[in-house]
Write a protein that binds this ligand. Structure first.
Ligand code: G2I
Length: 489
């Protein structure tokens, strides 16, 4: 049975959270001042998609086809509007490894090198997919031969783009469209390697590059109640529980309208402790109907702190894979459509906040935070624990709730050094009512019953006098902000 948090009837809305305010008593006892919510200045409206998205710590990308890069308007529009890119076809297994262990980097490099020279992010698409495979991957291969071909492919391609790619679609479109929750599409991978091929691919990817985000990417997983969505949700939950490396879920989002529970769906995936990326957005239609649908997609993403960015599947309608639906933001002459303006406005309306971006792996250093307006976020309820005054040379810790939903919440913990620099820190607290951490980043956790202990990672143990660092977590249960203690050796 599915353990997806939303029943097929859609009755449960995971958007309400309990709110715990500071009590006067706690303040009186501890005699401290705690900043609850940071007041942020209003954004100055940005005039391009990438700049507007960057205001809330996100990216706005497009798929690019190397074959069109000789069109100067295409490249100029890409450079002006977007700060991330996905190669539309050039990194797929067939195009990039046409003969076994012989790689054709040319077209993909053309896109990546251009993007890097402009300071753009790059999404890698895609390592293991049943489509666009080279002809040398075929049924004559034994399971062990296919396995070693898959591992070699993942390793070689990831090595080639190490340091340039921000996130990889490690496995693409592995789930069935219809049928029971959790069933996979039959492919050469399921036939030869079994359903475990997904896990094998993610483990091989992590071994190849510990510092890149590893995504599972699929279409028709936009609706929280769909069986396909629930299957992917259960897989991510299982991966997290068993320590199989996964950092993000890609919602392709090829549709005519976002489902009404789209934001809830994004929040539920995020609550598992992964980033969500909208990876191949295109919305069929025209005029205000299309503009409105695009606006709702952007609002849904910017409402969820771990929705890290949006990629549209092409720039101009004339070169879209579904050009008959006119699904993109620029018409065939690269004119901005109504949908463009609604996306720009919605991105500009997202208020930045200070929640951390969970890192790709335990060894990854902290990075800037994709996060959203506290007011737009589902039941965002900034509440924070009391902070003990740091002793000279000591440290203090404050727990703040930054997002909550039925049955879970996300918190940010600020660790602050006192009047001397800190070299190594340990933060402890006790859960008041059965809460449990499901995923924690930028710290190392050990738990004993209701007692939680978090120590620094190697990269964030040193804090200058008066400085601070943060770690974050998602947890099960009602949002709580217990008093935390901080010690340093
Ligand atoms: O089908 C839409 C997308 C669904 N999710 C995964 C994406 O990777 C996929 O992208 C599309 C590309 O937009 C198309 O451009 O993937 C198609 C292949 O399944 C791409 O189509 C291929 C044609 O099938 C080839 O005949 C053609 O040579 O595009 C190639 C380059 O134009």
């Amino acid at each position: 049975m599915s353990d997806f948090p939303l029943s097929a009837g859609g009755a449960r809305r995971p958007l309400s959270g309990s709110r715990r305010a500071l009590t006067a008593g706690a303040l009186g006892v501890l005699g401290v001042v705690t900043a609850l919510a940071t007041t942020l200045p209003a954004n100055a409206a940005a005039s391009t998609l990438g700049a507007a998205a960057a205001q809330s710590g996100r990216y706005f990308g497009t798929a690019i086809a190397a074959g069109h890069m000789n069109d100067s308007t295409y490249v100029a529009t890409w450079d002006r509007e977007f700060n991330s890119v996905t190669a539309e076809n050039e990194m797929k297994w067939g195009p990039i490894e046409p003969s076994r262990n012989s790689f054709n980097w040319g077209s993909a490099d053309q896109i990546v090198n251009h993007a890097v020279s402009k300071g753009m992010k790059v999404r890698g698409h895609t390592l293991v997919w049943h489509a666009q495979l080279p002809s040398w991957i075929n049924n004559n291969m034994s399971a062990s031969d296919l396995r070693s071909a898959m591992t070699n492919h993942i390793t070689q391609v990831m090595n080639h783009y190490k340091g340039k790619v921000y996130a990889w679609d490690v496995v693409n479109e592995a789930f069935n469209d219809g049928g029971a929750v959790g069933t996979l599409r039959s492919s050469i991978f399921t036939q030869k390697l079994g359903n475990g091929f997904i896990e094998e691919a993610f483990r091989a990817a992590r071994a190849a590059d510990p510092n890149v985000k590893l995504c599972y990417n699929d279409y028709n997983i936009d609706n929280a109640t769909a069986a396909k969505t629930q299957g992917v949700y259960n897989m991510v939950k299982d991966f997290k529980a068993r320590g199989v490396p996964i950092d993000c879920v890609g919602l392709q989002s090829h549709f005519g309208n976002p489902p009404s529970n789209y934001q809830q769906n994004i929040a539920q995936f995020a609550a598992l402790g992964v980033d969500v990326q909208i990876t191949e957005l295109d919305v069929g239609g025209s005029g205000s109907t299309q503009a409105d649908a695009y606006r709702r997609v952007v609002q849904a993403c910017t409402a969820v702190p771990r929705c890290a960015g949006i990629t549209v599947w092409g720039i101009t309608d004339k070169w879209s894979w579904r050009s008959g639906d006119t699904p993109l933001l620029f018409d065939g002459n690269f004119n901005k459509k109504q949908a463009y303006n609604s996306v720009l406005d919605a991105l500009n309306a997202a208020t930045p906040n200070t929640s951390p971006s969970p890192s790709a792996s335990p060894s990854r250093s902290p990075s800037a935070s994709p996060s959203a307006s506290p007011s737009a976020s589902p039941s965002a309820s900034p509440s924070a624990s009391p902070t003990r005054s740091p002793l000279p040379g000591g440290c203090s810790a404050t727990i703040k709730t930054i997002n909550s939903w039925g049955g879970g919440f996300q918190s940010e913990v600020t660790v602050q050094a006192g009047s001397s620099a800190v070299n190594g820190w340990t933060v402890k607290w006790t859960w008041p009512s059965g809460q449990s951490i499901s995923s924690l980043w930028n710290g190392r956790q050990s738990t004993s019953g209701s007692s939680v202990t978090v120590t620094n990672e190697t990269y964030n143990g040193s804090i200058a006098a008066g400085g601070s660092t943060t770690f974050g977590f998602t947890a099960n249960g009602n949002a709580a902000t217990p008093t935390a203690t901080c010690t340093s050796p």
